[in-house]
Design a protein around this ligand. Structure first.
Ligand code: GDP
Ligand code: MN
Length: 379
């Protein structure tokens, strides 16, 4: 789950990281009011869950409350990378001397979190990472020991941070590590961490990604989810406890079990097709869940054929068949459907589906080939 800048910075500030004064607003008048409270100069920042807002014109500096209102009107009418701006953060404007990058993510290869820092922070950090990776310092963190003081000092030295700022930097790096680990984040990033004209470090931007699988133990974070910002199918899928990821292909997949779903996608590819999604309906799915899953698959206009691959263990094939029939009644799909049902109550399931004019298959290879062929014939 992605957090907005204002949400991430509030979390950072709980861990002692200095952030600018400011508040979030949804109207231009509110922005004017906040700018007034901040003493006039303010920065208006689009709160959308994509990167590169600055380059897209979503970050604007206002010299007084009047201009703040004007710029807020502008920013609130923008769309950034397809997402309409519904909220803005109005922060006191900073006087920037230096922009530093500081972030933590998981390094899967090293099986450890890694803290990264660069003196060349700011909006071009991706370019820096690509073209001059030596300008990025990396330090792996032992998850049991946490970030050690000497590691924070190594980073400060590595980015040539002025000596008088090392103590503050240490506290910020440690705070960022705690924010990352205590909230089960997969990314915690400050870009830029600035040195301002008063020679103080301030986190000007913030970004956090929280591991969805850990949200059950962070009720307060789960509430921060902004469903306006995510694909409606994903919101719907979560409501029914389905694992759904949209992909670019044209064969919709409905499978029970994550491993079987991966396998089904592989076999589709093996026969020259391309899956439109990953979808795991989970074990023991009842007909309502199956119907929801099918509706989600069929709302994707790219889907030219659907493959059902159900291995009935805890899940009963007749329940799945009932769900398919309910959904077909509601959605009236026009695309061919290939179904492979094996296991518990498979025979009952197949009988139910006989009237539904579905293509049946005995094996996964057979099913995948039929789905690929069906999708190709509809291009
Ligand atoms: P991003 O583009 O989505 O990463 O948004 P940021 O919050 O990082 O802002 C992008 C850039 O805008 C920063 O790197 C700064 O150069 C600039 N910026 C942001 N806030 C301020 C501010 O308060 N004052 C000034 N002068 N520049 C700012
Ligand atoms: Mn940024």
């Amino acid at each position: 789950m992605k957090l907005h800048e204002y949400q991430s910075k509030l979390i950072f500030s709980k861990y002692g990281i200095p952030i600018p004064k400011g508040r979030v607003a949804a109207t231009a008048e509110a922005a004017r009011q906040i700018a007034q409270e901040l003493g006039g100069r303010a920065v208006i920042k689009a709160q959308v869950l994509v990167g590169g807002r600055g380059k897209a014109g979503g970050i604007k500096v206002a010299k007084d409350p009047n201009e703040a209102e004007q710029l807020a009107t502008q920013v609130l009418s923008m769309e950034i990378k397809g997402l309409p701006v519904r909220k803005i953060l109005v922060d006191e404007a900073a006087a920037i001397e230096t922009e530093i990058y500081l972030g933590i993510t998981n390094d899967r290869a090293a099986r450890k979190p890694v803290m990264m820092a660069s003196a060349a922070g700011g909006v071009d950090i991706e370019e820096v990472a690509r073209e001059t990776p030596e300008k990025i310092i990396k330090v792996h963190i032992d998850p049991l020991l946490g970030l050690r003081d000497y590691q924070a000092r190594d980073i400060a030295a590595g980015i040539d941070l002025p000596r008088e700022l090392w103590r503050d930097f240490n506290a910020i790096a440690l705070g960022l590590w705690r924010a990352y680990s205590e909230n089960d984040a997969t990314l915690a990033e400050i870009n830029p961490l600035i040195i301002n004209k008063d020679r103080k470090l301030v986190a000007l931007d913030g970004k956090m990604l929280i591991d969805d699988n850990a949200l059950f133990r962070h009720a307060d974070l789960a509430e921060l989810r902004d469903i306006d910002e995510e694909a409606p199918e994903e919101t719907e899928a979560r409501k029914y406890g389905l694992s759904y990821i949209k992909l670019d292909g044209n064969i919709g997949c409905m499978v029970n079990g994550a491993g079987l779903a991966m396998t089904s996608m592989d076999v589709i590819k093996l026969f020259g097709g391309d899956p439109a999604n990953f979808l795991d309906i989970g074990g023991g799915a009842g007909s309502d869940k199956v119907a929801a899953a099918m509706k989600i698959i069929l709302t994707d206009p790219n889907v030219k054929a659907v493959l059902f691959n159900i291995f009935g263990g805890i899940t009963r094939c007749d329940e799945v068949a009932k769900g398919i029939l309910v959904a077909m009644d509601e959605v009236k799909p026009k695309v061919p459907m290939v179904v492979r049902l094996v296991g518990t109550n498979a025979e009952e399931g197949r009988k139910l589906l006989e009237k539904a004019k579905m293509i049946t298959a005995e094996t996964l290879a057979d099913a995948a080939q039929k789905a690929v062929k069906a999708a190709k014939s509809r291009k």
